[in-house]
Design a protein around this ligand. Sequence first.
Ligand code: NDP
Length: 449
Amino acid sequence: MEQIVEMIQARDPEQREFHQAVDEVIESVKPVLDRNPEYRQQAVLERITEPERVVMFRVPWMADSGQVKVNRGFRVEMNSAIGPYKGGLRFHPSVNLGIIKFLAFEQVFKNSLTTLAMGGGKGGSDFDPKGKSDMEVMRFCQSFMAELYRHIGPNTDVPAGDIGVGAREIGYLFGMYKKLKNEFTGVLTGKSLNWGGSLIRPEATGYGVVYFAAEMLATRGETLANKICLVSGSGNVAQYTTEKILELGGQVVTLSDSSGYIYDEEGIDRDKLKYVMELKNIRRGRISDYAETYPEAVFTPVDPTLDYNPLWNHQADCAFPSATQNEINEKDATNLLANGVYLVSEGANMPSTPEAIDQFIDQQILYGPGKAANAGGVAVSGLEMAQNSMRLTWPREEVDSRLKHIMESIHHTCVEAARSYGAEGNYLIGANIAGFIKVVNAMLDQGLV
Ligand code: NDP
């Protein structure tokens, strides 16, 4: 197994995030390979860590000034053993092949856990929608889709949103796909309600993260009522995580963006959350505005000289990282634990470094890894695909109750898989093992392809 890890690292030495994601899974599934010698014979690790297909392409577009710009586009089709490739598109300047591969790899296991028929993929671009006009974003999305359309389809590969790709971008991408293919199909999820979207899809990831947290707390006979919660990010996942925490009686005291974070000791109530949604989704403003509108809050700008994030250094019970990968490092984890945090439910993908995770596991806190805790988004995307196929729209209550049921079932699956491999209470091992076994068995059923 060490040889496989070394081979993957030597092949693409710059893909650090991908190596991190692979290391974590390989470490967890060691006992599964020991129990199933045919998995080694069939080289399942080598196969599952190599994408089925990688598409990289040029995306030229014109700025409002008339200047032509060029970005790089990606789609990694990682694994289609249990269904069409499925996973979001990320538009962020940090995007590179290693980041998209790590996200696609995580997606394979996450989608498997939802019990829906979805393989894993991910895509995106190093384009930064921040500060661009709507017309610039539209021209970029159209150019991006002018290449991507030939690789995707409702039964082949179904992208969705992620960082920097929300309802506006999905609209422009869908419009271009429809024009090029002359076809109205469920080729993207996260669509607007009046043209094929599902109720609860915008809310799904955040709500799911909180449902998963509630399930973890229930194992200790507790609920979210009166719990003080730290939330990072202020985008889609952070907003609906906050909404559901409030609904279940908890208190959220932080939110952030890439410029800094706000700490509101009095709590971010429904009215303040409404303000944040308007600020971020419509005005596309900065979270620092919050502290100007609500003087009881303190804004702390990002300090690049610090080796920790002060957001994670406040007294609290629960933490919901909902911004980006590796946002909780070893020192942040130490601070969280010292401040009384005993539940971490990951809204973002891979937000905790391996050193941070080691501390959570050592201290036996309730640690819900992203591939389990944030699977609600893709689960409702799967429900959107089902509704599109049937040309039906399910009511809000029905989608929400299916989402809740799926999150309870993922929690149960993780608990049982961990228990059957002697790692009781370890959701990380449970999620990796359960996700892995289902995909690998499907791959073996389908022969050497
Ligand atoms: P959004 O673009 O809506 O929001 C992202 C938020 O995180 C923004 O507040 C952004 O700040 C902040 N952020 C992004 N990158 C960084 C960075 N490098 N440093 C500091 N802050 C940063 O994205 P989502 O809410 O959709 O996604 C957040 C996380 O959740 C991601 O890890 C994503 O992969 C994961 N996720 C999302 C799902 C979904 O359904 N949307 C499903 C499952 C997981 P700023 O605006 O300043 O950039």
